[in-house]
Unconditional design. Structure first.
Length: 416
């Protein structure tokens, strides 16, 4: 098995290897702090509504920016957009490390959480250079490599936070300095090693005007009859997950009594389980289809979410990490491997020459996050905490999944 694994990895396109390495370095730094960002803002004075506001304004700016970003990925190459994204993430980490009040985190949340989706740009490269019969496998492989690194991130973060003062501003702040260093390392590696993908847009007909941008996005939908349904599906899922996401860490710490070490163990177990299942799930999806594998794995996250709510003691949160739960940052556990299959389908919906613009539309769907985070903050402040955690399950199971059943599996389309 290991021999086949290393032979497969050795034969991969060089661009795939570069983005796996660079994104893995950056992502490890981000994983250190992702469980603590909301707690960090809370300790700087933000209440539940203000935490929702931080997520909402970041989503608003990121959604609007995704349109020109996706267009630029097609016109100027994904590499240049990735480099700009790494630079913004570095600025975000710097702000996080230096601020003294919660409202000063506004630009950090905007630049660091949703403005540039590095992993989505990485996935575009995977889908563009690999054959249909290898795409989900490579997507799974990338998550395995990142997962091996990320196994150590939660406990490393727990040790750092504990040694520097606990779950407060002083204890969490060092994480952002480490994140800054790793992000700049990823930037330099992409700049040095990544060979850009071919540019698909005809420069003669795209002079950079607003009119040409609008025409390009109109052309995206021509001949793509399932995109509107996918947009509806994604919007519903994004709304549900982001209604709860800013508050899951608060629930685990403030309600369930989780310590840094419980959070660390939860994250480690979550990453290990996702790590073990990524490649098998990807290989199965490359054989039987994306949707079948998604339907098998995704409901496990509903069980994890219910256990998150009912956990009688902090130790049960480790089991939540094993199963995976909706709106838990990192999205790991057994159910987490379903996300890789879902993302593969996302990028296969359109041909290579449209994936930059599809990136833009996919980011625009984050507009659903704006009312979701604000509504979640209001409900949380009013005491409807369990309801905030349950709403994503109902929206996904009763609305999003029925829509998905009407969309053909993209594996069949890619083989044609």
């Amino acid at each position: 098995m290991f021999e086949r694994f290393f032979r497969f990895f050795k034969e991969l396109d060089g661009r795939v290897k570069v983005v796996i390495a660079s994104t893995g370095i950056q992502n490890w730094g981000q994983r250190l702090s992702e469980q603590y960002s909301q707690l960090y803002a809370q300790d700087l004075g933000a209440d539940a509504v203000e935490l929702g506001f931080l997520s909402s304004i970041a989503a608003a700016v990121g959604s609007i920016a995704s349109i020109p970003t996706g267009w630029a990925a097609e016109k100027y190459t994904v590499k240049k957009v990735m480099l700009f994204g790494f630079a913004c993430l570095a600025i975000s980490a710097t702000i996080f490390a230096l601020v003294g009040n919660w409202w000063m985190l506004i630009p950090a949340f905007i630049l660091g959480q949703r403005l540039f989706r590095i992993m989505a740009l990485t996935d575009i490269i995977f889908i563009s250079v690999m054959s249909p019969q290898q795409r989900a496998t490579v997507m799974g492989l990338s998550r395995v490599v990142w997962g091996v690194l990320n196994v150590f991130a939660p406990m490393t973060a727990a040790l750092i936070v504990t040694n520097f003062g606990g779950i407060n501003t002083q204890g969490i702040r060092p994480l952002y300095y480490i994140q800054l260093i790793l992000t700049m390392t990823g930037f330099l590696f992409v700049a040095w090693k990544l060979q850009p993908l071919p540019i698909h847009i005809d420069k003669k007909t795209n002079a950079g005007s607003m009119r040409s941008l609008i025409e390009d996005f109109k052309e995206l939908f021509k001949g793509e009859k399932w995109l509107k349904r996918w947009i509806a599906l994604r919007t519903v899922r994004q709304f549900g997950m982001n209604l709860a996401m800013p508050f899951v860490s608060l629930w685990m710490v403030n309600v369930k009594g989780a310590t840094p070490y419980i959070l660390g163990m939860m994250g480690t177990v979550s990453t290990i389980m996702s790590l073990v299942l990524q490649i098998p799930a990807g290989r199965l999806a490359d054989k039987v289809g994306r949707k079948k594998v998604f339907y098998i794995l995704r409901p496990i996250s509903y069980l994890g979410t219910i256990l998150l709510i009912l956990a009688p003691s902090p130790g049960y949160l480790i089991l939540v990490g094993l199963l995976g739960a909706i709106a838990v940052r990192g999205g790991g556990g057994i159910s987490g491997s379903s996300n890789t299959v879902f993302v593969t389908m996302l990028w296969e919906l359109v041909p290579a020459e449209k994936r930059g613009r599809w990136y833009g539309i996919d980011g625009l769907m984050n507009l659903a996050v704006i009312p979701a985070s604000i509504l979640g903050g209001i409900l949380w402040a009013q005491g409807f905490r369990i309801e905030v955690l349950l709403i994503p399950i109902f929206l996904e199971a009763l609305v999003a999944l029925p829509i998905l059943t009407t969309i053909p599996d993209t594996l069949d389309r890619s083989k044609q």
